[in-house]
Unconditional design. Structure first.
Length: 192
């Protein structure tokens, strides 16, 4: 497999490939706590929901148009005080690992979230033994903020959840203009 790839916004034509990548992770990995892989219709529904809320959703594809991985940002929790915080998700085809695809996807995702005006990004990483994801996030400027022990039960064992965070743009150095809020959920009339 060649090292060439491009990054672009995901579209509905990518859902079969994205579903296959995620299915493999659900069935064999601990990065997600889902136990039953969602089908393409559900993955498409999730994608459309994220796109409808204007969150960035990216894919990396090779020179033949094959999706190598995907990354997206979404709301952490649907309470207005969290409006400026996004949670990232990133999944790669195993053949794409170690080629810089994850780094490129996460770097672009951070850039897109900064451009949109979000202020913090949170990585909620399944499994404290997930050294690839932890290292990827550390390389992208995320700091370890905690580990929640034994929060998931998968493959007959308890799995930790690792939390990493990085500021976006001005981070907490200023109060953002609520009129510039890049998302679409629940902002109250008086935010501050």
């Amino acid at each position: 497999m060649s090292g060439a790839y491009v990054l672009r916004p995901a579209n509905s034509d990518d859902m079969a490939a994205i579903t296959a990548i995620y299915e493999r992770e659900v069935l064999t990995g601990t990065a997600t706590y889902e136990l039953i892989p969602p089908g393409e219709a559900e993955m498409t529904r999730r994608f459309e929901e994220m796109r409808g809320k204007r969150y960035p959703y990216l894919v990396a594809e090779d020179e033949h148009g094959r999706v190598l991985g995907y990354a997206y940002a979404g709301g952490y929790r649907a309470r207005p005080a969290y409006n400026w915080l996004v949670e990232d998700s990133i999944y790669l085809d195993p053949a794409a690992r170690g080629r810089g695809v994850g780094t490129a996807l996460l770097t672009r995702l951070v850039e897109e979230c900064e451009r949109l005006g979000f202020r913090q990004m949170l990585a909620v990483i399944g499994d404290s033994a997930n050294h690839g994801s932890i290292g990827l996030h550390r390389k992208a400027g995320f700091a370890m903020i905690g580990t929640m022990p034994a929060t998931g039960l998968k493959f007959g064992r308890w799995i930790d959840t690792v939390l990493m965070q990085r500021p976006l743009g001005e981070g907490a150095d200023s109060i953002p203009d609520k009129a510039a809020y890049p998302g679409d959920f629940g902002a109250p009339a008086v935010l501050f």
